[in-house]
Design a protein around this ligand. Structure first.
Ligand SMILES: [Fe+2]
Length: 587
């Protein structure tokens, strides 16, 4: 049975293919069309799914979309009637979504295929049910509490659920306009970060702030019963789209969220690219602190409704790895499984698995043991891409490749590491990564100046051999998808200075040999040279979606000041670095 899962007409459009209950392929459209957070029809992703199993769209049995326009309709109507100014906005959005009503025609146009050739049955899965499904059904857990939270989806911003076997049973919804995602987006906008997906940047800034505004910021969102309420005086009226618009070209735009009350209380908002002031840092600090307080209130309440040691979680806010890292000390949950594509691209997997289990009553459970679900490229294809350039390259067997790359990382070089299948979700986890030494004091500045051009306050992440996690970090719950931030042990902070954030934390990826043998063995090789079972890992890109194809990796390598590219079995050195590769490196 082939089920195609889709997220479309929403940020981070994506497609996933489920074959007899196994997630065999999943990708966000931005990786293929190179438009960040693309929100149109994921036609290239659908084709990539089909190509992976050698099928065509006529072979698909079911298509599941992570959206149900009729879900929570009564609440939408009630809200629109109470806010007549927003009725036009609702009509506009519903009209746009009507384009999805005839899914076969829509896909026929996008894929240039006759709709008569399609025989699939359609399923619409409510946004947050799809999020929770994307976590629970992939988790390998027999039962768990389920939680999803984000800006909004199908008029809901958070959902509690009881999950067991093949069932996901929602127990509570938080309806718009109340949204913890909107709270974060509003304050990020006030701090000058107004692009879709900018929230993760500001999370890094919070650690530089102090408790100056916590009381004022607490007035913006408060616990209310089992959930929370926004103080709407601080927000612009945003309609049912929660202030997000998708342009005709598929780019996603965020409208201004903050009201004049914010300006009256805190002064003028920061302009994009302006200096970051003491005030901005302290607002970021208070924002993250209040976010965490409300989050822990929510999941402690969830635990009462769905008592379990296990928590399956997704939704854009579940990418808040600082909050995730504190779950084990602030709540009764002892085990988490967070979908690596926690944002809306993950809806494709969740909708398809929900259709498979809950609608079609199929019992076989898929366990997502790693996130390497995207395309990979043959050695021949990689060599072809290299041959079309003037770059000199050489082929190495596995161990010599690992030895040279480990030597180069140990020598302080910056490595482009392109191997195997691309990661699913926003994090590079050792297949489309830039790697460097985590213990060199200048490495963060070097990476920023030469390649990444990121804000100074954003930390780089450590990839850690899982067996050594608790020697270096204060928690031992694994973090295979780089979704937990933990304190680094005091005696290890200097040795990890390039990945140690200002608050002595690291957003780690734990690496087991089972999940990624090549990456694991590379880190081991680095450990044998330096004693450190950890490398610095950042995504392989330069202000663009993460590279997907060999040509994009080679382009990024050539236009930035990366020293080495290891692409499949091929090693490419920048000219000025060529003579150094054979030099022995001091251990
Ligand atoms: Fe969402």
């Amino acid at each position: 049975m082939l089920i195609l899962g889709l997220n479309m007409f929403h940020g981070d459009a994506s497609a996933a293919l489920i074959q007899d209950g196994e997630v065999v392929f999943a990708i966000a459209e931005e990786r293929l069309n190179r438009i960040k957070h693309y929100g149109g029809v994921p036609a290239l992703s659908i084709q990539a799914c089909l190509d992976f199993v050698g099928a065509d769209i006529g072979d698909i049995d079911h298509v599941a979309v992570g959206r149900d326009k009729d879900a929570n309709l009564a609440r939408k109507v009630q809200y629109a009637l109470a806010n007549p100014a927003k009725i036009l906005n609702f009509i506009h959005i519903r009209k746009r979504r009507e384009a999805m009503n005839d899914l076969k025609s829509l896909l026929g146009r996008a894929m240039e295929v006759d709709p008569a050739k399609m025989r699939f049955q359609e399923h619409n899965v409510e946004h947050h049910i799809a999020h929770i499904a994307s976590a629970f059904y992939c988790s390998g857990m027999e039962e768990s509490a389920g939680f999803s939270y984000d800006g909004s989806g199908d008029f809901v911003s958070a959902m509690f659920a009881r999950c067991a076997g093949t069932e996901v049973e929602p127990t509570e919804r938080v309806f718009l306009p109340h949204s913890l995602g909107s709270f974060y987006t509003m304050l990020c906008g006030f701090l000058g970060y107004r692009k879709y997906g900018d929230e993760g940047k500001v999370m890094g800034l919070a650690a530089y702030g102090e408790n100056t505004y916590c009381e004022q910021i607490s007035d913006i969102v408060s616990p209310s019963g089992t959930t929370f309420k926004l103080n709407l005086d601080y927000f612009m009226p945003l309609g049912s789209n929660s202030g997000m618009q998708i342009s005709e070209d598929g780019t996603v735009k965020i409208q201004r969220h903050y009201s004049n009350k914010m300006v009256e209380l805190f002064g003028e908002p920061r302009k994009a690219n302006a200096e970051i002031s003491r005030r901005d840092r302290d607002i970021a600090f208070a924002m993250q602190q209040r976010f965490e307080e409300i989050f822990f209130h929510l999941i402690n309440e969830l635990h009462k409704q769905a008592p379990s040691n296990n928590l399956a979680m997704a939704g854009g806010c579940a990418l808040n790895s600082v909050a995730n890292g504190k779950i084990f000390t602030e709540t009764p949950f002892t085990r988490t499984w967070i979908q690596p594509a926690a944002g809306d691209e993950g809806l494709a997997v969740g909708a398809a698995l929900y259709a498979y289990h809950s609608v079609l009553k199929q019992p076989h459970r898929h366990e997502m043991k790693n996130s390497y679900l995207g395309p990979e490229f043959s050695e021949e294809r990689i060599r072809g891409a290299l041959e079309s350039t003037s770059l000199e390259y050489r082929r190495l067997d596995r161990q010599p490749l690992l030895d040279v790359v480990a030597d180069q990382i140990a020598a302080g070089k910056v490595i482009g590491w392109f191997q195997g299948r691309m990661e699913w979700g926003p994090r590079a986890l050792g297949n489309r990564s830039i790697l460097a030494h985590p213990g060199l004091p200048d490495m963060k500045d070097t990476l920023n100046a030469r390649i990444k051009h990121r804000e100074w306050f954003r930390p780089f992440a450590p990839s850690t051999l899982i067996e050594h996690q608790s020697e270096y970090f204060e928690h031992d719950h694994p973090s295979p998808f780089m979704l937990h931030v933990y304190k680094i042990r005091p005696d290890k902070r200097e040795r990890l200075c390039a990945v140690n954030h200002v608050d002595d934390t690291g957003r780690l990826q734990t690496v087991s040999r089972e999940e990624n043998p090549l990456y694991y063995d590379l880190i081991r090789s680095f450990q044998s040279r330096t004693g450190l079972p950890i490398v610095l890992n950042t995504s392989f890109n330069e202000n663009e979606p993460i590279v997907c194809k060999p040509e994009e990796a080679i382009d990024c390598f050539r236009r930035t000041k990366m020293d080495v590219l290891a692409i499949g079995p091929y090693l490419v050195l920048k000219e000025e670095n060529q003579t150094r590769v054979e030099e022995p490196v001091a251990v």
